[in-house]
Design a binder for this molecule. Structure first.
Ligand SMILES: Cc1cc2nc3c(=O)[nH]c(=O)nc-3n(C[C@H](O)[C@H](O)[C@H](O)COP(=O)(O)OP(=O)(O)OC[C@H]3O[C@@H](n4cnc5c(N)ncnc54)[C@H](O)[C@@H]3O)c2cc1C
Length: 558
């Protein structure tokens, strides 16, 4: 029997990812490869995070009356102005956030962190904040990589963060209809642990799964590693309870199908805390698969691999597509082969002999009943072989699955060693996939090299649609003396390339502050006005997550 249960880990350390005790270090081989590839003089671990006692943070500006009203709403012990709580909620987990907090800058921290236990408490908190003009940021797992949980003040003097961790229960399970209702603060492993005794899974496994919450998934339209099979979070949501400054709103319906006007739910899903706070949501669930079947195939190039996957999507029977479907480009494949030890090195040599000098490796994972997955895998193999693929066995896919949640820890070590690493994503139609891939890749590389550095970009496809696929870029270089400026420069170059290619500014990371300047290019000025109109109705005072999603006037931070 397959288990979808994952390990519950402590909440992330203030300067980085998860519990540092779970981190595995880079091998000597990896360090040598890294310094040679990036042409770095040294990758010694000489850039540790600041000492917590030296972190700079302003005095909280909430007055005694405001604090008293917030305490009356949630209980004194659940309204914190403690230094560590404020530091931990001063930002998310983008490399920009990490560069700032590791340098000891928590000056953007909220004035208080509130830990509500119910929709009613949140309603009261929002009423206090609307009346007093206090900005409110909802905080799930705090794993945003787009500035989504930075507690910006907007036009207000004070800001609070609402941490949803106490709202962490499964409220209802309907096994016959295959739906479940969860409180918004339940984290990924908690969702699976609640469902598995009943034989169900949500099937939603973003790389941040161990820290991220149900509310965060819904608020950002996240996509999991197996979303090709199970669907993205926005495909899974049936209904949402949203507390807004204008009152509670239940969007969506338990009805299996409805024609009751435009789909209001779609306006709430992906609203990034800018319209209100999601307190619970009902999602589709599916039975835990009885079997997983692993496979990997190699292609002569990324272009050839992408074409093979398109054919798999278009020529295969409906439902044949693997639940996990990832294609690395030649650079990502080269890194995997370089870092994977003697067996993967041997695989690289074998592929070279077979005419694939710079192979692109695809990993697949079919889930379901034993016989059914075997049949799907067989049918897929015919298409992949006809498209020029060479089968490379199940081990690479198993190895990927084994280490799939450990990657985020590496970023902390890389930063300590003076290596800048960041990711971004988009999606493109099959027709424009190749040109978008090259345009964005080249824009990143050029920008990384602008100050004389040597950069490395690797990419993969991890979500397949009938009309196209996602593109995910990971890029590395030595950290420049002004790492934040370096980050802004590269991000801007890549974002402009994405816009110029006519692709989306975000496939699954959401908009936050980072992508807000580019949203107009995607949805138009009138589209932005529609979003502003919805916000004005639900949040007339504009207290909800200022500066996120919708570009807005932002008061200078202290
Ligand atoms: C290492 C790493 C790997 C990642 N991998 C993936 C991935 O594979 N796929 C993917 O899609 N994303 C990924 N992300 C991005 C991020 O994890 C997702 O956006 C996730 O859905 C955020 O969930 P969270 O609970 O941490 O939300 P937060 O980071 O706490 O919040 C994100 C946004 O949602 C809002 N929000 C949170 N909770 C609520 C609520 N209850 N009501 C209203 N608004 C709310 C916040 O205000 C903010 O705007 C990754 C991030 C990291 C750091």
């Amino acid at each position: 029997m397959v288990t979808q249960n994952t390990v519950e880990i402590p909440r992330s350390v203030w300067y980085g990812w998860g519990d540092p005790a779970h981190a595995t270090s880079l091998s000597a081989n990896a360090l040598t490869y890294l310094s040679a590839t990036l042409k770095l003089a040294s990758v010694k671990p000489v850039h540790p995070p600041a000492d917590i006692t030296e972190v700079r943070i302003g005095e909280p500006v909430l007055n005694a009356e405001a604090l008293a009203e917030l305490r009356a709403a949630c209980g004194t012990e659940y309204v914190s102005t403690e230094r560590l709580d404020r530091i931990e909620h001063s930002g998310g987990k983008s490399t920009e956030d990490l560069l700032r907090i590791r340098a000891g800058d928590a000056l953007g921290a909220p004035d208080a962190v509130i830990f509500p236990a119910s929709s009613e408490e949140i309603r009261e908190v929002l009423a206090v904040c609307a009346a007093r003009g206090i900005a409110v940021t909802a905080f799930g797992g705090g794993t945003s990589v787009v500035g989504g949980v930075s507690p910006l003040r907007g036009t207000f003097d004070a800001a609070i963060t609402l941490d949803m961790r106490r709202m962490n229960k499964m409220l209802h399970l309907d096994p016959r209809s295959r739906t479940a209702t969860f409180e918004a603060g339940l984290r990924g492993p908690g969702i699976e642990a609640a469902l598995e005794p009943h034989g169900f899974t949500l099937g939603h496994f973003p790389q941040s799964h161990q820290e991220a919450t149900l509310g965060g998934y819904v608020a950002t339209r996240s996509a999991g590693q197996a979303s090709t099979g199970y669907g993205r979070s926005d495909d899974l949501v049936k209904s949402v309870h949203l507390e807004t400054p204008a009152g509670p709103l239940v969007a969506g319906s338990t009805a299996p199908g409805t024609a009751a006007g435009p789909k209001l739910l779609d306006v709430i899903v992906g609203s990034e805390g800018a319209f209100g706070v999601i307190t619970s949501a009902t999602l589709k669930i599916v039975p835990v698969p009885t079997h997983k079947s692993y496979g990997s195939w190699s292609f002569a190039s990324f272009t050839a691999g992408a074409e093979a996957i398109r054919r798999l999507r278009h020529e295969g029977l409906s439902g044949d597509l693997p639940h996990v479907c990832r294609l690395s480009d030649s650079d990502e494949t080269a890194s995997t082969f370089k870092l994977g030890g003697p067996k993967t090195a041997a695989l690289g040599k074998y592929l070279s002999v077979r005419g694939q000098a710079t192979p692109a490796l695809a990993l697949f994972l079919w889930e379901g009943a034993t016989k059914e997955t075997a049949a799907r895998k067989r049918r897929s193999a015919r298409i992949l072989r006809a498209a020029g693929g060479i089968p490379t066995g199940p081990i690479p896919a198993r190895a990927w699955e084994h280490g799939r949640f450990s990657g985020p820890y590496l970023r902390d070590e890389l930063l300590t060693r003076g290596v800048y690493v960041e990711t971004l994503e988009t999606s493109a139609t099959w027709t424009s996939l190749d040109s978008t891939y090259h345009a964005v890749r080249e824009a990143i590389l050029k920008s990384l090299a602008e100050h004389g550095g040597t950069g490395y970009v690797q990419s993969h496809i991890s979500h397949i649609y009938p009309d196209g696929a996602s593109l995910y870029f990971t890029y590395l270089a030595g950290v420049e003396s002004d790492g934040l400026a370096q980050h802004a420069r590269v991000k801007q170059a890549a974002s402009k390339a994405i816009v110029a290619a006519g692709s989306t500014i975000t496939h699954h990371h959401s908009v936050g502050t980072d992508h807000a300047p580019y949203l107009g290019a995607e949805i138009g000025a009138l589209g932005l006005d529609v979003l502003r109109g919805i916000k004005n109705t639900l949040d007339p005072a504009g207290i909800m997550n200022p500066g996120k999603l919708i570009p807005a006037a932002i008061k200078e931070q202290p």
